[in-house]
Ligand binder design. Structure first.
Ligand code: COA
Length: 437
C-alpha cells in the first residue's frame, strides 16, 4: 500500500518535510514546522471562503456533488423523504440513528410539549412594526429566547442541551407562524398538541375562527417533505456560523439566531425568491427560449440553476418537483410551473448548460410551492429556517463533543501598515481614501 504521507521540498531552504495524509487531507498545523529560519512564524494556508479547507470532521450529512447524492447519517434523502416524518428525520440527524417506536413517541411528545412561547416573548413580537420583515423578526425572537432560558448557557451539560434542543425545534414553527400572522395583522394562534409538527404549523398559520384546524393531509405531507429536504446540508455558510459562534460557548439561542442571520442572505437562503422574480419577468412559456438566449449571451443568470457543490441534478430538486404535483392537485396549478418546466426542458438540452453542468437546484421549485400555499416571498427564508434549525443543532452538538474543539479563530495575512508614529490632529491631512466619508 502506498505511504499516506506527502513529501514537501521547500525550495527556499532546500529542507525536506514529510506530512501525514489522512482521509485525503493534510493538517494545516503540520505545515507550521516549515520555516525559513528561527524567526519565521511557519507556513500557513490561505483559503478565503474555505474553498478547499475542511473545518471539522462530521458524521451528519454526506454530499457527492458530482453524482447528485445527499444522505443524512448514511440514509439517502430519497428514502427518508418517502418513508419518514420530519420529526423522525430530525431525531436521526440529531442523535445519529433512526428512532425506535418508543424513542419516536418520546421525542415527538417532548417537542410537542415545548411549542408554546412565553407570553412576554409573544408581547416582544408584538413590538415589531406592522411591515417588519419576517426573517428579522425570526432572528431577533430566537435570540430573545436566550433571556428566557439563561440556564441554556450551560452548554456542556448534556441534559441541559437536550432540553434546549426540544425547545428550539418545538418553538421555531411557533415563532415563524407568529411572524406571518403579525405581517397580516391577525391574532396569534396557540399551538395545538393534538396535531403533527407540520399540521400544527399550518394551524398556527391559517386557523381563523374555526374551533379546530383541519389540515389538508396532502399539504401537510408536502410541507413535511420540504422540511426533510431542508434539514441539513453539511458545512454551508449558516452551519459554519453555528459552529463558529457555538465554539465560543455562546448559548444555543443566540447561536441559532446568528446562523439564521447567515441564512437570510440572498446567496444562501434567498435564491427561491429570485426564481419567482425571474418567472414573473419571463411572463409566459413562449418567451422562455428568448430568455435563455439572453442568459447565454451573458445577461443575467438562470436563477435556481447551478450549485457550488452539485454538478448534477440536485437530488432535492427532483423530490420537490414531485411534491409540487401533490400540492397543485389541491391548490390548483401555479401558472409559473409551466414556465419553470419549459425552462428546465430547454436548459437541460442546451449545450451551454450541459457543458457547465448546470442543473435545477433546490430553490428552482420550492418557491413555486410556497407561493401556491399562499406565502409571500418574504416568508420563504423563514420556512427554510424551521427545518434547518435541526441541522444547526446537530452541527452544534457535534462540535461541542469533538475532542479537538477549540474556539474558531482563523489566521490572517496582514496587509496593513508596519509600525508608524502617532500624528497629532492639527498635522493630519485629508486622506484620499477617507475623503468620501
Ligand atoms: C449557485 C452558484 C452561485 C454557483 O456558482 P459557482 O459554483 O461559483 O459557479 P460559477 O459562477 O463559477 O459558474 C460556472 C459557469 O457557469 C455559469 N453559470 C453558473 N450558474 C449559472 C446560471 N444559473 N445561469 C447561467 N449560467 C450560469 C457561469 O457564468 C460560469 O460560466 P463561464 O464558465 O462561461 O464563466 C451559481 O450557479 C448561481 O449563481 N446560480 C443561480 C443562483 C441560485 O440558484 N442559487 C441557489 C443555489 S442553491
Amino acid at each position: 500500500m502506498a505511504k499516506e504521507t506527502l513529501r514537501i521540498l521547500d525550495e527556499r531552504t532546500n529542507a525536506d518535510y514529510s506530512v501525514s495524509v489522512n482521509k485525503g487531507t493534510v493538517r494545516a498545523m503540520d505545515l507550521r514546522q516549515i520555516k525559513t529560519g528561527p524567526e519565521d512564524f511557519g507556513l500557513m494556508t490561505y483559503d478565503p471562503a474555505f474553498m478547499n479547507t475542511a473545518s471539522c470532521q462530521s458524521a451528519i450529512t454526506f454530499i457527492d456533488g458530482d453524482k447528485g447524492i445527499l444522505r443524512y447519517r448514511g440514509y439517502p434523502i430519497e428514502q427518508l423523504a418517502e418513508k419518514c416524518t420530519f420529526l423522525e428525520v430530525a431525531y436521526l440527524i440529531v442523535y445519529g440513528e433512526l428512532p425506535s417506536e418508543q424513542e419516536l413517541r418520546n421525542w415527538v411528545n417532548e417537542i410537542t410539549h415545548h411549542t408554546m412561547l412565553h407570553e412576554t416573548t409573544k408581547r416582544f413580537l408584538e413590538g415589531f412594526r406592522y411591515d417588519a420583515h419576517p426573517m428579522g423578526m425570526f432572528i431577533s425572537t430566537v435570540a430573545a429566547l436566550s433571556t428566557v432560558y439563561p440556564e441554556s448557557r450551560n452548554v456542556h451539560d448534556r441534559e441541559m442541551r437536550k432540553l434546549q434542543i426540544y425547545r428550539l425545534i418545538g418553538k421555531v414553527p411557533t415563532i415563524a407562524a407568529y411572524t406571518y400572522r403579525h405581517s397580516l395583522g391577525f391574532p396569534y394562534v396557540y399551538p395545538d398538541n393534538d396535531l403533527s409538527y407540520s399540521e400544527n404549523f399550518m394551524n398556527m398559520l391559517w386557523r381563523m375562527t374555526e374551533p379546530k384546524y383541519d389540515a389538508n393531509p396532502a399539504l401537510s405531507r408536502a410541507l413535511d417533505i420540504l422540511f426533510i429536504l431542508h434539514a441539513d446540508h453539511e458545512q454551508n455558510c449558516s452551519a459554519n456560523v453555528m459552529r463558529a459562534v457555538g465554539s465560543s460557548q455562546a448559548d444555543p439561542y443566540v447561536s441559532i439566531a446568528a446562523a439564521a442571520a447567515a441564512l437570510s442572505g440572498p446567496l444562501h437562503g434567498g435564491a427561491n425568491e429570485e426564481v419567482l422574480k425571474m418567472l414573473d419577468e419571463i411572463g409566459s412559456k413562449d418567451r422562455v427560449p428568448a430568455y435563455i438566449d439572453q442568459v447565454k449571451a451573458g445577461h443575467g443568470k438562470l436563477m435556481g440553476f447551478g450549485h457550488r457543490i452539485y454538478k448534477n441534478y440536485d437530488p432535492r430538486a427532483r423530490i420537490i418537483k414531485w411534491a409540487a404535483d401533490q400540492v397543485f392537485a389541491t391548490t390548483g396549478k401555479n401558472p409559473k410551473l409551466e414556465i419553470a418546466l419549459e425552462l428546465e426542458r430547454i436548459a437541460l438540452g442546451d449545450e451551454y448548460f450541459v457543458k457547465r453542468k448546470l442543473y435545477p437546484n433546490v430553490d428552482f421549485y420550492s418557491g413555486i410551492i410556497y407561493q401556491a400555499l399562499g406565502f409571500k416571498p418574504e416568508m420563504f427564508t423563514v420556512l427554510f429556517a424551521i427545518p434547518r434549525t435541526v441541522g444547526w443543532l446537530a452541527q452544534w452538538q457535534e462540535m461541542l463533543e469533538d475532542p479537538e474543539r477549540k474556539i474558531a479563530r482563523p489566521r490572517q495575512i496582514y496587509t496593513g501598515y508596519g509600525e508608524r508614529n502617532f500624528v497629532p490632529i492639527e498635522k493630519r491631512t485629508v486622506q484620499k481614501s477617507a475623503a468620501g466619508q
